[in-house]
Design a protein around this ligand. Structure first.
Ligand SMILES: [Fe+2]
Length: 409
């Protein structure tokens, strides 16, 4: 397999360029892109995670063990079945908006899952690009890496495929080839966008390889320098982080991740990150502005206001879970009715099957009242400033395992 990248230099800001790509024996593929404006200017971007592939090759999976020769012995290569028709529809939705660029919050096509269940990773990646190039040829699709991009055998971190397909901006400290492109930042107008790799800090074991701690703190040190520089810059008004595993989740069987809260939360607070975009959970949720945490076992984020008419990100960070990009296992209908959340706080020491078992705590989630697209103005909790919850208080239940069958998030 070969992946070709072409670097174009000398581009002007806020300019649309036409291009074509081709090779001998093939028709030219054409496209266009528009460069970012210089300085403060209005622009539009879109974002989602957990897209999957729209099963373009499902019909090819017809031979079985029982199929007589000559077809039976032949392996047929199919992509993962993790997507739905929505995986295709969302591309049209992006084009309807026509953003300057699109952010992908991890779990692009679940190539790691495809490999784990005996399907073909390369075909899975190919289907993802075939599906998305009708948009990505017109505007950048900027990814962050999720657990679905971890492919056992593809380098020590399993992400060589991801690193090969995407030529991403270098982190200022990206001298290590092993972590190249896994975290990076770029500026558009007055907004600094930061892409993080949450398998480095998440407690949950959901990839093809358990990666927690692989950077040895390098990503965190880079993030703090990056946030310091962004906040010190007079050209940056907003900081937007996009990453895969969420810090908050009101999903009954999924959950936020305590590791992400512990590693990133204090930095988001200290440097006033405005917006955090996540995936991993396959539904829509938007938090109130959050700053600081309760001193409880789950480090519950504290809302700075309860109003849902204005989200003042100068006072707190708004989190959005938007992992409804097309994955078949939607969980929009499995949210807590009241403002509660679940948090992964630990995993078993050894894998049971493919992954280590996750242990969860359920918490009161005062920051989660404005969570769904269908109920964006749900009643806020009665308390916005509340006493800290002790670990054994009613807000924290005993450890539980998922209430429904686990799905690939
Ligand atoms: Fe995920």
């Amino acid at each position: 397999m070969y992946v070709h990248h072409a670097r174009i230099t000398g581009l002007r800001p806020d300019t649309t360029y036409l291009y074509s790509a081709g090779h001998d024996g093939a028709a030219q593929e054409t496209g266009s892109f528009t460069t970012a404006p210089r300085g403060r200017a209005a622009f539009t971007f879109t974002s989602f995670g957990d897209q999957g592939t729209p099963n373009l090759r499902r019909s090819l999976k017809w031979p079985t063990e029982d199929t007589p020769p000559p077809l039976g012995p032949f392996r047929l290569y199919t992509s993962t079945q993790g997507g739905t028709e929505a995986s295709a529809d969302i591309v049209a939705a992006v084009e309807r908006v026509g953003p300057l660029f699109n952010l992908i919050n991890g779990d692009l096509c679940y190539a790691g899952v495809a490999g784990a269940i005996g399907e073909d990773r390369v075909a899975t990646w190919a289907d993802w690009f075939i599906n998305n190039s009708r948009s990505a040829r017109l505007r950048p699709w900027m990814p962050c890496v999720g657990n679905g991009e971890t492919e056992k055998g593809n380098g020590p971190l399993g992400v060589t495929g991801y690193q090969t397909y995407f030529a991403l901006p270098d982190a200022t400290t990206a001298t290590d080839e092993e972590t190249r492109g896994l975290w990076y930042a770029f500026t558009v107008g007055g907004v600094r966008f930061i892409s993080l790799a949450n398998d480095d800090v998440a407690i949950v074991d959901s990839g093809d390889i358990y990666l927690r701690g692989y950077s040895g703190g390098a990503q965190r040190r880079w993030l703090e320098r990056e946030l310091q520089a962004a906040r010190a810059s007079t050209a940056v008004d907003w900081i937007v982080v996009f990453m895969h595993h969420p810090m908050i989740s009101s999903h009954r069987s999924g959950g936020g991740d305590l590791g992400v809260r512990q590693e990133w939360g204090p930095l988001f607070d200290a440097y006033g990150v405005d917006l955090v975009l996540c995936g991993h959970e396959h539904y829509y949720e938007r938090s109130l502005p959050l700053r600081g945490t309760l001193p409880n076992e789950t480090r519950t984020p504290i809302p700075v206001s309860t109003g849902t008419d204005v989200a003042d990100t100068g006072k707190g960070t708004v989190h959005m879970v938007i992992g409804g990009g097309g994955n078949f296992a939607t969980t929009q209908d499995d949210l807590f009715e009241e403002p509660k959340g679940r948090v992964v706080v630990d995993v078993g020491k050894v894998p049971e099957g493919r992954h280590r078992k996750a242990f969860y705590l359920t918490e009161d989630a005062p920051g989660a009242p404005s969570r769904t697209a269908s109920t964006p103005m749900a009643s806020p909790p009665s308390t916005s400033t509340r006493a800290p919850v002790a670990p054994d208080a009613p807000g924290c239940t005993s450890r539980t395992t998922p209430s429904t069958a686990p799905t690939e998030s």
